[in-house]
Design a protein around this ligand. Structure first.
Ligand code: 4NP
Length: 156
């Protein structure tokens, strides 16, 4: 919790493609659902700290009506495990990297984002070295999981 708000942190490797897209999509869907949440994203690696989201992520996201304004890359911090209720990784490598630095007793906060999606996939694939279709597919999965996570939070 941050204040009295439920808080959600999306995590990928670079925090320039998948997790900022999840932040943008989930922020819009949460507002549409009337939920006042604290939403952020971070990366397990710090290569792009301070950078804006990847242009390809922004292009496909903006086309679907999402805003990336104000989103800047940052690395996951150990304090995040205290600050956030849901710490949602995009793939299994993100989960291992998160659990490697997670303070004891807070491991239950860490999960795969696609646990909330009605989908055959359980990981959001890294689109960084691929083409535009990969970025569209990432958004498809993120939209599905966001809808599922909203439903889950509404039931809490
Ligand atoms: P992301 O994608 O984890 O979805 O942000 C990546 C972005 C950058 C790199 C790898 C993955 N990179 O190696 O720089």
């Amino acid at each position: 919790m941050q204040g009295n708000k439920i808080s959600v942190l999306f995590v990928c490797l670079g925090n320039i493609c998948r997790s900022p897209s999840a932040e943008a999509v989930f922020r819009k869907k949460a507002i549409e659902a009337g939920l006042d949440l604290n939403i952020d994203s971070a990366g397990t690696a710090g290569y792009h700290t301070g950078a804006s989201p990847d242009k390809r992520s922004q292009e496909v996201g903006i086309n679907r009506g999402y805003s990336f304004e104000g989103i800047k890359c940052r690395k996951v911090d150990v304090q995040d495990f205290q600050n956030f209720d849901y710490i949602l990784g995009m793939d299994n490598e993100n989960i291992s990297n998160l659990l490697a630095i997670c303070p004891e007793g807070l491991e239950d906060k860490v999960a795969l984002f696609l646990d909330y999606a009605d989908s055959e996939e359980n990981q959001v694939p890294d689109p960084y070295y691929g083409g535009k279709r990969g970025f569209e597919y990432v958004l498809d999965l993120i939209e599905l999981a966001s809808t599922g996570l909203i439903k889950h939070i509404k039931k809490q």
